[in-house]
Structures are given as structure tokens and as C-alpha cells.
Design a protein around this ligand. Structure first.
Ligand code: NAP
Ligand code: ZN
Length: 352
């Protein structure tokens, strides 16, 4: 074991603050990574504040962060794909059993024995896993990704969650040319969804509650922008969408979007509000529409997404912050005051 500097929350109401955590010494199959940038996901905020207490209660101290990009500093003797000095990334998963049908299908995100990057039982330490708001991470090689070197590293970090979470359902539901696709909520996830849907060739409509984001939405790749609080604008799109990605972090009227689906259209929830959403049966029955959800993505698909981003030069639009601004960043995220992802420059942790 060794000590690593990190930022942690001590309780659901505490501010995140500097601390020291114990990391395992890399085993035979581990990769040790110096974290250069870590994206700030709304899930970090939900988890730190224990807003998902009924599903994933938070264990404190909690070190969040699952959009991790860094340089390999050390590898175990059995590691084949990485060497010291390589650029490497880690997303929301750090382990799975590797033997169940889900793992064999490359869908580790559905493995019942998968280990999340933070706030999950850590089989090595006997404690809980700690995320990327830290100077280093130690991760099993199987869960370490390659990042195209030419991508901006601060903007590439958010691909590890916001990227894969929006890319995966779009691939599953065959977003592409000739499809009309909606993206609800232009935040960290939503703005990646717009970039992917556009790059995949779809006709993209952004639904936002923030009129000030209209110009940005068009710049990011939207063909149309609808201010969702305007009933008239919403009504114009009734029954017309093949696919809608809902990336809203708070309670909202999901039926308003189900009604915009055409026959056999699908709405996929990736946003995970604290409270249940009401779904009237007739919105789905009429039109044989479907409502589904989607969690992150498997490791092979995450690599595919990173390679796709390399080819199309896609990264997140980020505001780089020092770790000392993390509490303020959470408040600003709640006020929609970020374009469109905070990315922490982890070199700032050295000042602690
Ligand atoms: P974010 O950057 O805060 O974006 C959320 C967006 O939702 C906002 O920008 C805003 O967009 C919209 N919004 C916020 N409050 C709203 C309200 N009261 N009514 C209507 N719209 C509202 O968050 P994020 O990091 O993209 O994450 C979004 C959600 O996805 C979170 O719940 C997060 O936990 C979840 N998530 C899920 C997965 C998964 O695997 N499924 C992975 C990562 C994150 P406008 O200003 O455009 O309206
Ligand atoms: Zn996330």
C-alpha cells in the first residue's frame, strides 16, 4: 500500500476537502496511473450528497471521479498493453468477474460482480473504491483504455463517462443517417450526445430549458433547438422522433418527450434524477413506443468510442478548474453555469 493525495467528502453535507488515501501497490496485472485530468460528472454530485441512497448509498469518506485521464507511471510484470509513459484512461468500471455471460459479451457494465470506480466494495483493500479526484489510481489492465494522443487531454477525460454513456445507447438504437434524434438537457452528457448524433449523421434536435444555450447547441451540431418550456414549439414535433436521449439530472415531465416519438420510437433515459418519473401508460401504448435506460458502456465499446472520437476529433467542451474549486463547481453545475463540463487539472493537488 502507499499513500495518495485526494479530495474527499466526509458526509452528505460536508464540502470536499484535501485528504490522504491508501492505494494498493500495483499487482502483476495492474496499471498505476498519475491522474492528469478528471472530469466532473453530475453523478459525482448525486453520490457525494447521497441522493441515490435507496440504490447506491454513499460510504464516507467518498472520493468521486470516474472520468480519469493520465500517464502510466508503473505496470505489473504481467501487463501487456501498457508501459510507463503511455497516455491512459479509466471510466466508471475498474473490475468485473470476466466469466459471466455479460462479461463474455463485452458488456461488463451489466456484470453482477462489476466494481465501480468509486463507492464500491474494494476486493483488494477490503474498504471502498476511491475515484479520480486523486493524484493516482491503480487499475487492473483490462479496465484501462487507450486515448488518441492528439486529443486535448482535458477535453478527452469526460469521454470516459459522458462520452460512453451517450455513445452506447445511440449505437444500440442505431442512430444514423435518416433518423430524427432528440437530445434532452444540454449538460455534460447532453452536449456529448449532440456531438455523437451529429457525427453519426442524424437530424439532431436539442431540447433545453435554457434559452441562452441555443447558439451553442447549433454550434455543437444541432439542426434545431426547442425551448422545452414553450408548449407550441414542443407540439410542432409531436409524433416525429425515431430516438430521444434524455440526459436530464432533475425531476421533469418525461411524458412530454414520449409524446414526441413516432411509431416504435424509443426514449432512453441516461439522466438519473433522485425521484421517480411518472409515465402514463397511454403515452407508450399509443404508437407502441418504448422507454428504456442505459448505463455507461462496456470496455470494448468504450475503446471504440475513444477511437471514434480520435477519428472525428471529438472531445468535450470543458472549463478547466483546479481541485480547490470543486465545491464551487458543484454549485455552478446545479445552476447550469458550465460549458459544458468541468475538468479538474489534477496538478493542482500538488499545492495541497
Ligand atoms: P449536467 O451537466 O448537470 O446536465 C444536466 C442538464 O439537465 C442541465 O444542463 C439542464 O439542461 C438539464 N436540467 C437540469 N435541471 C433541470 C430541470 N429541473 N428541469 C429540466 N432540465 C433540467 O449533468 P450530467 O453530468 O450531464 O448528468 C446528467 C444526468 O445523467 C445526471 O443525473 C447523472 O447522474 C446521469 N448520468 C447517468 C449515467 C448513466 O450511466 N446512465 C452516466 C453519467 C451520468 P438544459 O439547461 O439544457 O435544460
Ligand atoms: Zn459519470
Amino acid at each position: 500500500m502507499y499513500n495518495a493525495r485526494a479530495y474527499a467528502a466526509g458526509s452528505a453535507t460536508a464540502r470536499l476537502a484535501s485528504t490522504t488515501i491508501a492505494r494498493r501497490t500495483p499487482t502483476e496485472t495492474d496499471v498505476q496511473i498519475e491522474v492528469l485530468y478528471c472530469g466532473v460528472c453530475h453523478s459525482d454530485l448525486h453520490q457525494v450528497r447521497n441522493e441515490w441512497s435507496s440504490v447506491m448509498p454513499t460510504v464516507y469518506p467518498c472520493v468521486p471521479g470516474h472520468e480519469i485521464l493520465g500517464r502510466v507511471t508503473r505496470v505489473g510484470a504481467g501487463v501487456k498493453k501498457f508501459k510507463a509513459g503511455d497516455l491512459a484512461a479509466v471510466g466508471c468500471l475498474v473490475d468485473s468477474d470476466g466469466t459471466c455471460p455479460e462479461c463474455k459479451a463485452g458488456l461488463e457494465q451489466f456484470c453482477h460482480n462489476a466494481t465501480l470506480t468509486y463507492n464500491a466494495p474494494d476486493k483488494h483493500t477490503g474498504g471502498v473504491t476511491y475515484g479520480g479526484y486523486s493524484e493516482s489510481v491503480v487499475v487492473e489492465e483490462r479496465f484501462v483504455l487507450r486515448v488518441p494522443e492528439h486529443l486535448n487531454p482535458a477535453g478527452a477525460a469526460p469521454l470516459l463517462c459522458a462520452g460512453i454513456t451517450t455513445y452506447s445507447p445511440m449505437r444500440h438504437w442505431e442512430v444514423g443517417k435518416g433518423k430524427k434524434v432528440g437530445v434532452v438537457g444540454l449538460g455534460g452528457l447532453g452536449h456529448m450526445g449532440v456531438k455523437f448524433a451529429h457525427a453519426l449523421g442524424a437530424h439532431v434536435v436539442v431540447f433545453t430549458t435554457s434559452p441562452a444555450k441555443k447558439e451553442d447547441a447549433l454550434r455543437l451540431g444541432a439542426d434545431e433547438v426547442v425551448i422545452s418550456r414553450h408548449a407550441g414549439e414542443m407540439a410542432r414535433h409531436a409524433g416525429s422522433f425515431d430516438f430521444i436521449l434524455d440526459a436530464v439530472s432533475a425531476h421533469h415531465d418525461v411524458n412530454a418527450y414520449i409524446n414526441l416519438l413516432r411509431r416504435d420510437g424509443n426514449l432512453t433515459l441516461v439522466g438519473a434524477p433522485e425521484t421517480p418519473l411518472a409515465v402514463p401508460a397511454f403515452g407508450l401504448i399509443m404508437g407502441r413506443r418504448s422507454l428504456s435506460g442505459s448505463p455507461i458502456g462496456g470496455i470494448a465499446e468504450t475503446q471504440e468510442m475513444l477511437d471514434f472520437c480520435g477519428m472525428h476529433n471529438i472531445t468535450a467542451d470543458v472549463e478547466v478548474i483546479p481541485i480547490q474549486k470543486i465545491n464551487e463547481a458543484y454549485e455552478r453545475m446545479l445552476k447550469q453555469d458550465v460549458k459544458y463540463r468541468f475538468s479538474i487539472d489534477m496538478a493542482s493537488l500538488k499545492a495541497e
